[in-house]
Design a binder for this molecule. Structure first.
Ligand SMILES: NC(=O)c1ccc[n+]([C@@H]2O[C@H](COP(=O)([O-])OP(=O)(O)OC[C@H]3O[C@@H](n4cnc5c(N)ncnc54)[C@H](OP(=O)(O)O)[C@@H]3O)[C@@H](O)[C@H]2O)c1
Length: 347
């Protein structure tokens, strides 16, 4: 078997690595296979990374389940976009980065071989340096949630001194969105659905936290924001929240939304939004503009140097237990990042 794209695995090489892969979509326990694959070699412009941790996110799980295209042209997919590790080799045209600790993003976007293996090759730019003060486990948490959150907070302009509402603030993305908004000097109202999750949003630094399941949410948001209302919303459930969003936004208010999974084809309150000149920015982290990716990477570097971001790791599984990690994400019960340890033996 081989992967095509820039991460090519051929049958010619002799080295093998432990990996997880699937050959068709389906239930995690039925389609995820644990075994050996050819260890890849870096092509021009690429680095070979010995992976320490691979992260599991909802989009990885949706691809494996067949809800999003995964790409089976070469017969199999090694899952997961995010991860961390150490550069072991470089392809031609890449400066000597051997020994550098890195975090990985988008490793399985438009590619067949993701981070759920002992080794991966990626274009050098998709392996930013992981500062010495950051553990590999933290490095694996960054890609999708941190970059999505950064884009959502900043896509409509500088949020300094503005009122930003972050819905789902205890979620993987929302937790970082609260922190990015506070680092940018916004005043942050956060929503979450349980007492515990409200505490998580407070720990992230939100100025006000509201349980979105209780009472008149719009009225309570105005009590926090004042009569001027909210300037910008970072939204986890666009469809479910659209009416409240339209109500609490001020004139020329903005929404940056990265999901509408519970109501994928929502009825939009068009006139309540139009009468306020509301702009909606949809965000997909994978293909957001390159400049936005670089801004997020720069902000991550800066945050690491000052230890400015808090992180939450919900569970760590061994490579052989990857199906359980997918099931945990599917259950919705994972409070933070779910990681796969790619080396060592299962407990
Ligand atoms: N577009 C992109 O680039 C992108 C990037 C990352 C993720 N996503 C997608 O975004 C979604 C969330 O990802 P995640 O990893 O952050 O998931 P997560 O950790 O499960 O967080 C989702 C949070 O949403 C909250 N929530 C659900 N309905 C809500 C509502 N109506 N109002 C306020 N909060 C609500 C839940 O809070 P409670 O449990 O407290 O109710 C939960 O904590 C997934 O569908 C994922 O695929 C998209």
């Amino acid at each position: 078997m081989r992967c095509h794209g820039s991460d090519k695995i051929t049958n010619e090489g002799k080295s093998l690595m432990k990996a997880i892969w699937y050959e068709k979509p389906g239930k995690a326990s039925e389609v995820l296979k644990y075994g050996e694959q050819q260890k890849p070699a870096p092509r021009p412009g690429e680095v070979l990374v010995r992976v320490e941790y691979s992260a599991v996110h909802p989009s990885d799980v949706k691809k494996r389940a067949g809800l999003q295209p995964a790409g089976f042209e070469d017969g199999f997919v090694i899952p997961h976009s995010d991860g961390s590790g150490t550069i072991e080799d470089v392809g031609t045209g890449v400066e000597d980065r051997r020994g550098e600790r890195v975090w990985l993003y988008q490793a399985q976007y438009g590619r067949h071989c993701g981070s759920c293996a002992e080794y991966i090759t990626v274009p050098s730019g998709m392996a930013p340096r992981l500062p010495d003060n950051a553990d590999f486990s933290i490095g694996a948490c960054i890609g999708i949630p941190v970059m999505t959150a950064y884009r959502c907070v900043h896509v409509a302009g500088n949020p300094a001194d503005r009122v930003v509402l972050v819905t789902g603030a205890s979620g993987r993305v929302g937790f970082y969105a609260v922190q990015w908004a506070k680092l940018a000097n916004a005043r942050v109202i956060a929503t979450a659905g349980t007492v515990e999750n409200c505490q998580v949003a407070l720990d992230a630094g939100a100025d006000w936290v509201l349980n979105y399941r209780e009472g008149d949410l719009a009225q309570r948001i105005f009590e926090c924001a004042g009569s001027g209302g909210v300037d910008h919303i970072v939204d986890v459930e666009f469809g479910q929240n659209a009416r409240v969003s339209a109500e609490v936004l001020n004139n020329c208010g903005t929404i940056a939304t990265y999901s509408s999974s519970r109501d994928p084809e929502p009825l939009i309150p068009f006139y309540p939004m139009m009468f306020k000149n509301v702009s909606v920015h949809t965000v997909l982290v994978y293909n957001m503009p390159d400049v936005a990716k670089q801004q997020a990477i720069n902000a991550v570097n800066d945050a690491f140097s000052g230890r400015k971001l808090k992180h939450r790791i919900s569970a760590v599984f061994h490579l052989a237990e990857t199906a359980k990690a997918h099931e945990l994400i599917e259950s919705g019960a994972a409070a933070g990042c779910v990681l796969i340890r790619t080396s060592g033996e299962p407990d």
